[in-house]
Design a protein around this ligand. Structure first.
Ligand code: COA
Length: 322
């Protein structure tokens, strides 16, 4: 049986950093409030002219190098993003051109913060069905473009970044299962209300930015992530103690801690990078994965549980043997 296995990881954070102390200068907030409620210490922000595909390309090249292949070996490109460079072509097509890859399928996935887990699930199915042998799966965002800097309840939470993996057909086990879900009834809790089908004249400074009812999102995220952990373990007939590493969506340290408690996992086995970059939406899971692979925490053969929750609502998980 053909498996889909991660053979390379990469990530990229823009050089420009905004610390909580920087935010104190123009937002009615404090380092202490942000740190205590979210665990975030700073976020990276794309400078003017720097776009999602710029970040995606850096992460993708890092992942391709670490897999020891050439861009031209890639036969599928999936980019998860909520902040595409253009209405069209897709960011995946723009990335394909940057990488000088031609002809293979390339498309974007929009599942907000669950985007990377969705993209991984889709690419895995391409590989298992024999349609692809080497997929580039990217999560990339310039979420700072969607922030209302007058809304302190959202603008302190998000940042920009990109993460990527190369997923290859292999005889050795890799991804064991993916679990993807959505419920469109929760739009009012987390959204950007403007969309192009309303016509550009309907767009203004406020409706084109993130709106969130943070407290309600928080409770939904904790409950939903708890359920998806149970679903993933049950589908694989595994116990909580079998998981070596939890690689969660990096939105809020308190949500991450709640999921770790549910798994009875000590925080030493949970990859936490939220303090470095805030919530980077679709980029956050591959950013965390790449960080822990590169610093040597995650080792080949270990069992990883990736999970995410985001706008839609969408939520999902991937269990994999690294
Ligand atoms: N700085 C200082 N005070 C702030 C603030 C900020 N940046 N943002 C909100 N506050 C204030 C509020 O105005 C409120 O003040 P009040 O009590 O005088 O009305 C107070 O802090 C508490 O607000 P509340 O929204 O109840 O705080 P909270 O404990 O729920 O924390 C979040 C707010 C946003 C950190 C939290 O709800 C959260 O993380 N939610 C999930 C968000 C998320 O991860 N979304 C993405 C999912 S993919």
């Amino acid at each position: 049986m053909t498996h889909a296995r991660i053979t390379g990881t990469g990530s990229y954070l823009p050089e420009k950093v905004l610390t909580n102390f920087d935010l104190e200068k123009f937002v009615d907030t404090s380092d202490q409030w942000i740190r205590e409620r979210t665990g975030i210490e700073k976020r990276h922000v794309a400078i003017e002219g720097q776009s999602t595909v710029d970040l995606a390309e850096r992460a993708a090249r890092n992942a391709i190098d670490s897999a020891g292949i050439k861009p031209q070996d890639i036969d599928l490109i999936v980019v998860a993003t909520t902040t595409p460079d253009r209405i069209f072509p897709s960011t995946a097509c723009l990335l394909q051109s940057r990488l000088d890859v031609h002809g293979c399928p390339a498309f974007d996935i929009q599942a907000v913060c669950t985007g990377f887990v969705y993209a991984l699930g889709v690419a895995e199915k391409f590989i298992k069905s024999g349609s692809s042998r080497r997929a580039l799966v990217v999560g990339a965002e310039t979420l700072s473009r969607l922030l209302n800097w007058n809304d302190r309840s959202t603008c302190v939470l998000f940042g920009d970044g990109a993460g990527a993996v190369v997923l290859e057909a292999s005889e050795e086990p890799g991804i064991l299962s993916t679990h993807l879900h959505a419920d469109g009834d929760y739009e009012a809790l987390l959204r950007v209300p403007y969309g192009v089908s309303q016509g550009f004249e309907a767009m203004d400074e406020v409706n084109s930015k993130i709106e969130m009812r943070g407290n309600e999102v928080f409770k939904m995220a904790v409950n939903t992530l708890g359920r998806i952990v149970d679903e993933t373990l049950a589908a694989n007939e595994l116990e909580k103690t079998d998981i070596d590493w939890l690689v969660p969506h990096q939105a809020n340290i308190r949500i991450i801690q709640a999921t770790a408690r549910k798994l009875k996992m000590p925080m030493e086995r949970v990859v936490v990078t939220v303090q470095e970059h805030g919530n980077t939406s679709a980029a956050s899971v591959p950013l965390a994965l790449d960080t822990a692979v590169r610093d040597g925490r995650i080792q080949r053969g270990e069992l990883l549980l990736l999970e995410a929750f985001g706008g839609g609502f969408t939520w999902g998980s991937a269990l994999l043997r690294y």
